[in-house]
Design a protein around this ligand. Structure first.
Ligand code: C5P
Length: 205
Protein backbone atom coordinates (compact mmCIF):
# COMPACT_ATOMS: atom_id res chain seq x y z
CA UNK A 1 0.00 0.00 0.00
CA UNK A 2 1.51 3.30 -1.10
CA UNK A 3 -0.25 6.58 -0.39
CA UNK A 4 0.95 9.74 -2.12
CA UNK A 5 0.11 13.09 -0.52
CA UNK A 6 1.02 16.18 -2.53
CA UNK A 7 0.17 19.85 -2.29
CA UNK A 8 1.51 23.38 -1.87
CA UNK A 9 3.29 24.80 1.17
CA UNK A 10 1.24 25.00 4.41
CA UNK A 11 -1.79 23.14 3.02
CA UNK A 12 -1.65 20.81 6.03
CA UNK A 13 -0.32 17.82 4.10
CA UNK A 14 2.46 16.97 6.58
CA UNK A 15 0.14 16.70 9.58
CA UNK A 16 -2.41 14.85 7.48
CA UNK A 17 0.13 12.38 6.04
CA UNK A 18 1.51 11.65 9.53
CA UNK A 19 -2.00 10.98 10.84
CA UNK A 20 -2.82 8.71 7.87
CA UNK A 21 0.41 6.76 8.44
CA UNK A 22 -0.51 6.26 12.11
CA UNK A 23 -4.07 5.22 11.30
CA UNK A 24 -3.12 2.60 8.69
CA UNK A 25 0.20 1.65 10.36
CA UNK A 26 2.32 2.67 7.38
CA UNK A 27 5.84 4.11 7.34
CA UNK A 28 5.99 7.87 6.74
CA UNK A 29 8.45 9.95 4.72
CA UNK A 30 8.36 13.76 4.62
CA UNK A 31 10.16 14.22 1.28
CA UNK A 32 10.35 18.01 1.82
CA UNK A 33 12.81 17.24 4.63
CA UNK A 34 15.20 15.75 2.04
CA UNK A 35 15.19 18.98 0.01
CA UNK A 36 15.50 20.96 3.23
CA UNK A 37 18.48 18.80 4.24
CA UNK A 38 20.22 19.63 0.97
CA UNK A 39 19.47 23.35 1.49
CA UNK A 40 20.69 23.24 5.09
CA UNK A 41 23.92 21.45 4.18
CA UNK A 42 24.70 24.17 1.62
CA UNK A 43 23.94 26.98 4.08
CA UNK A 44 26.10 25.35 6.74
CA UNK A 45 28.95 24.87 4.27
CA UNK A 46 28.69 28.56 3.28
CA UNK A 47 27.58 27.66 -0.25
CA UNK A 48 24.99 29.40 -2.43
CA UNK A 49 21.87 27.24 -3.04
CA UNK A 50 21.92 28.51 -6.65
CA UNK A 51 25.35 26.88 -7.12
CA UNK A 52 24.20 23.84 -9.13
CA UNK A 53 27.33 21.75 -8.72
CA UNK A 54 27.52 22.32 -4.97
CA UNK A 55 23.81 21.49 -4.66
CA UNK A 56 24.18 18.22 -6.54
CA UNK A 57 27.16 17.30 -4.36
CA UNK A 58 25.13 18.10 -1.21
CA UNK A 59 22.22 15.97 -2.49
CA UNK A 60 24.54 12.99 -2.81
CA UNK A 61 25.52 13.45 0.84
CA UNK A 62 22.01 14.07 2.13
CA UNK A 63 22.47 11.36 4.77
CA UNK A 64 24.88 13.73 6.60
CA UNK A 65 21.96 15.81 7.92
CA UNK A 66 19.61 14.21 10.47
CA UNK A 67 16.05 14.48 9.16
CA UNK A 68 14.88 15.60 12.62
CA UNK A 69 17.39 18.49 12.88
CA UNK A 70 15.31 21.48 14.15
CA UNK A 71 17.18 23.81 11.76
CA UNK A 72 15.40 22.04 8.89
CA UNK A 73 12.20 23.86 9.84
CA UNK A 74 13.68 27.37 9.71
CA UNK A 75 12.40 29.77 7.03
CA UNK A 76 15.88 30.25 5.53
CA UNK A 77 16.21 26.48 5.10
CA UNK A 78 12.78 26.30 3.41
CA UNK A 79 13.83 29.06 1.04
CA UNK A 80 17.09 27.24 0.18
CA UNK A 81 15.12 23.97 -0.23
CA UNK A 82 12.79 25.52 -2.77
CA UNK A 83 15.81 26.80 -4.76
CA UNK A 84 17.64 23.44 -4.84
CA UNK A 85 14.35 21.68 -5.65
CA UNK A 86 14.40 23.32 -9.10
CA UNK A 87 17.76 21.67 -9.82
CA UNK A 88 17.28 18.54 -11.96
CA UNK A 89 20.46 16.83 -10.71
CA UNK A 90 19.35 17.30 -7.10
CA UNK A 91 15.94 15.78 -7.87
CA UNK A 92 17.56 12.83 -9.65
CA UNK A 93 19.89 12.21 -6.68
CA UNK A 94 16.94 12.12 -4.25
CA UNK A 95 14.58 10.08 -6.44
CA UNK A 96 15.93 6.59 -5.74
CA UNK A 97 15.96 7.16 -1.96
CA UNK A 98 12.26 8.06 -2.10
CA UNK A 99 11.35 5.12 -4.38
CA UNK A 100 13.22 2.67 -2.13
CA UNK A 101 11.38 4.04 0.90
CA UNK A 102 8.03 3.62 -0.87
CA UNK A 103 8.80 -0.08 -1.34
CA UNK A 104 8.90 -0.66 2.45
CA UNK A 105 7.12 -4.05 2.84
CA UNK A 106 4.70 -2.67 5.44
CA UNK A 107 3.56 0.08 3.05
CA UNK A 108 4.26 3.79 3.10
CA UNK A 109 2.86 7.29 3.01
CA UNK A 110 5.04 9.89 1.28
CA UNK A 111 4.25 13.57 1.22
CA UNK A 112 5.72 16.18 -1.10
CA UNK A 113 5.10 17.92 -4.40
CA UNK A 114 5.68 15.23 -7.03
CA UNK A 115 4.92 11.94 -5.28
CA UNK A 116 1.81 11.11 -7.31
CA UNK A 117 3.26 12.40 -10.58
CA UNK A 118 6.93 11.34 -10.54
CA UNK A 119 8.12 9.41 -7.46
CA UNK A 120 5.22 6.93 -7.17
CA UNK A 121 3.02 7.29 -10.26
CA UNK A 122 1.49 3.87 -9.43
CA UNK A 123 0.59 4.75 -5.82
CA UNK A 124 -2.59 3.01 -4.60
CA UNK A 125 -4.14 6.27 -3.42
CA UNK A 126 -3.16 9.84 -4.35
CA UNK A 127 -4.33 12.87 -2.42
CA UNK A 128 -3.76 16.45 -3.55
CA UNK A 129 -4.16 18.59 -0.45
CA UNK A 130 -4.66 22.29 -0.92
CA UNK A 131 -6.21 25.42 0.62
CA UNK A 132 -6.48 29.05 -0.45
CA UNK A 133 -3.26 31.10 -0.26
CA UNK A 134 -4.88 33.34 2.39
CA UNK A 135 -5.78 30.40 4.64
CA UNK A 136 -2.34 28.84 4.23
CA UNK A 137 -0.62 32.16 4.98
CA UNK A 138 -2.78 32.63 8.10
CA UNK A 139 -1.86 29.12 9.34
CA UNK A 140 1.83 29.68 8.68
CA UNK A 141 1.72 33.13 10.31
CA UNK A 142 0.06 31.65 13.46
CA UNK A 143 2.67 28.85 13.54
CA UNK A 144 5.54 31.36 13.36
CA UNK A 145 3.92 33.62 15.97
CA UNK A 146 3.55 30.63 18.32
CA UNK A 147 7.30 30.05 17.95
CA UNK A 148 7.93 33.70 18.83
CA UNK A 149 9.17 34.55 15.33
CA UNK A 150 8.33 38.14 14.42
CA UNK A 151 6.87 38.69 10.97
CA UNK A 152 3.72 40.08 9.35
CA UNK A 153 0.84 38.30 7.66
CA UNK A 154 1.59 40.20 4.42
CA UNK A 155 5.23 39.09 4.43
CA UNK A 156 4.21 35.45 5.00
CA UNK A 157 1.62 35.62 2.18
CA UNK A 158 4.17 37.15 -0.21
CA UNK A 159 6.75 34.48 0.64
CA UNK A 160 4.20 31.69 0.23
CA UNK A 161 3.08 32.99 -3.17
CA UNK A 162 6.70 33.20 -4.32
CA UNK A 163 7.29 29.62 -3.17
CA UNK A 164 4.10 28.43 -4.96
CA UNK A 165 5.22 30.14 -8.17
CA UNK A 166 8.65 28.51 -7.98
CA UNK A 167 7.20 25.03 -7.22
CA UNK A 168 4.58 25.25 -9.99
CA UNK A 169 6.78 26.95 -12.57
CA UNK A 170 9.91 24.81 -12.53
CA UNK A 171 10.69 22.66 -15.57
CA UNK A 172 11.41 19.45 -13.66
CA UNK A 173 8.66 17.77 -11.64
CA UNK A 174 6.55 20.91 -11.09
CA UNK A 175 3.90 20.89 -8.39
CA UNK A 176 0.65 19.77 -9.99
CA UNK A 177 -2.24 17.47 -9.22
CA UNK A 178 -1.88 14.01 -10.77
CA UNK A 179 -4.87 13.28 -13.01
CA UNK A 180 -5.96 10.40 -10.79
CA UNK A 181 -5.41 12.24 -7.48
CA UNK A 182 -8.30 13.07 -5.16
CA UNK A 183 -8.52 16.79 -4.42
CA UNK A 184 -8.83 17.63 -0.74
CA UNK A 185 -9.36 21.34 -0.05
CA UNK A 186 -8.69 22.02 3.64
CA UNK A 187 -9.60 25.75 3.53
CA UNK A 188 -12.68 25.14 5.63
CA UNK A 189 -11.57 21.95 7.43
CA UNK A 190 -9.73 21.58 10.72
CA UNK A 191 -7.24 18.73 11.00
CA UNK A 192 -9.77 16.22 12.41
CA UNK A 193 -12.21 16.89 9.56
CA UNK A 194 -9.35 16.62 7.02
CA UNK A 195 -8.25 13.25 8.47
CA UNK A 196 -11.83 11.95 8.36
CA UNK A 197 -12.21 13.07 4.72
CA UNK A 198 -8.87 11.49 3.74
CA UNK A 199 -9.67 8.16 5.46
CA UNK A 200 -13.00 8.05 3.66
CA UNK A 201 -11.21 8.38 0.31
CA UNK A 202 -8.58 5.77 1.25
CA UNK A 203 -11.15 3.28 2.59
CA UNK A 204 -13.18 3.63 -0.59
CA UNK A 205 -10.07 2.97 -2.67
O1 C5P B 1 7.22 20.56 2.10
P1 C5P B 1 8.36 21.48 2.49
O2 C5P B 1 7.96 22.91 2.63
O3 C5P B 1 9.13 20.98 3.66
O4 C5P B 1 9.35 21.40 1.24
C1 C5P B 1 10.43 22.29 1.10
C2 C5P B 1 10.66 22.56 -0.39
O5 C5P B 1 11.12 21.36 -1.02
C3 C5P B 1 9.41 22.97 -1.15
O6 C5P B 1 9.26 24.37 -1.24
C4 C5P B 1 9.61 22.38 -2.52
O7 C5P B 1 10.23 23.32 -3.36
C5 C5P B 1 10.57 21.23 -2.32
N1 C5P B 1 9.98 19.91 -2.49
C6 C5P B 1 9.90 19.39 -3.75
N2 C5P B 1 9.45 18.11 -3.96
C7 C5P B 1 9.05 17.37 -2.93
C8 C5P B 1 9.09 17.89 -1.62
C9 C5P B 1 9.55 19.18 -1.43
O8 C5P B 1 10.25 20.06 -4.71
N3 C5P B 1 8.63 16.11 -3.16
Amino acid sequence: MIIAVDGPVAAGKGTLARRIAGHYRLQYLDTGALYRAVGLKLLRDGKDPHDEEAAEHAARQVGDVALDDPALREEATGEAASIVAANQAVRAALLQYQRDFAQTPTGAVLDGRDIGTVVCPDADVKLFVTASAEVRARRRFDELAAKGIETTYDAVLKDLEARDARDQGRGTAPLKKAEDAHLLDTSKLDIEAAVTAACKIIDAA
